[in-house]
Design a protein around this ligand. Structure first.
Ligand code: NAD
Length: 242
């Protein structure tokens, strides 16, 4: 059977772990070549060995302004084409607002909002010129419901949902689809920053998902015929009582 993304070139930021890794590997399984962008050099090396020519690894700390600025030019220099851009890299700050420190707030808002907006801005001219492209953003359930244990993080994802919905209206006439996936809690390293009692509660209830659950939703969005856009998917564990 033919693979749905054969010949496509995809980019996943934060693709060396968790949801980004599951997204990258599901696209590879469907025939795409995937540029995995991450700051984790060791993980990138392991992925290069595992997947060979199916991946291009690109080490970049996207919080470094020059690395962020150079990202899309560096990728296009290597691949010439970007069909799919998955803006996924993100950080987490949870807990009471009064305990959040300045550096953590700044880094998280910068990566979760500014970097995504700049990366998407930089890839759009290429997609507009080609008249085709897919942009996906990893948002969060916290971007739809006021999750009281994480006001800083939730704010960043509400901003992302607004960004997705507005930029979509700008670029839809150019043949570009823009969608977001908003997962509830997924077992990744990011959850190690959850307040311990919240994590334990979720584990006890069995209300956590796997990264592959999210990747399946993303793949479904990407593989619809081009005249259809699955705009924004919220995916959460059935047992999650919010
Ligand atoms: P993760 O920590 O497993 O993966 C994040 C990846 O991003 C890592 O490989 C890390 O090295 C990379 N990264 C972090 N900072 C970077 C930087 N400055 N430059 C380049 N790469 C960087 O976390 P995850 O849970 O897979 O998170 C991915 C996305 O999913 C985030 O946007 C997060 O907000 C979102 N999300 C996660 C959950 C969850 O429960 N895990 C739920 C909803 C949304």
């Amino acid at each position: 059977m033919s693979k749905a993304l054969l010949g496509k070139i995809a980019v996943v930021t934060g693709g060396a772990s968790g949801i980004g890794l599951a997204s990258a590997e599901s696209m590879i399984a469907e025939g795409a070549q995937v540029v995995i962008v991450d700051r984790d050099q060791a993980a990138l090396q392991a992925l290069q060995q595992k997947h060979g020519d199916a991946v291009v690894t690109l080490e970049a700390d996207l919080l470094d302004p020059e690395s962020c600025r150079a990202l899309i030019p560096r990728i296009l220099e290597k691949t010439k084409v970007i069909d799919i851009f998955h803006a996924n890299a993100g950080l987490y700050v949870g807990g009471d607002l009064v305990d959040a420190d300045n550096d953590a707030i700044d880094r998280m808002l910068n990566l979760n909002i500014n970097v995504v907006i700049k990366n998407v801005r930089d890839v759009l001219p290429h997609m507009i010129e080609r008249g085709v492209g897919d942009i996906l953003v990893t948002s969060s359930l916290a971007g739809h419901y006021p999750t009281p244990w994480e006001p800083v993080y939730a704010s960043s994802k509400w901003a992302m949902n607004c960004f997705v919905q507005t930029v979509r209206r700008q670029v839809c006439p150019h043949g570009i689809r823009v969608g977001s996936v908003s997962p509830g809690p997924v077992i990744t390293t990011l959850l190690s920053d959850w307040p311990a009692e919240k994590l334990q509660e979720a584990k006890d209830k069995g209300s956590l998902m796997e990264a592959s659950d999210v990747a399946e939703a993303l793949l479904f969005m990407l593989t619809r015929p081009r005249h259809v856009t699955i705009r924004d998917v919220v995916i959460l564990p059935s047992q999650f009582d919010l």
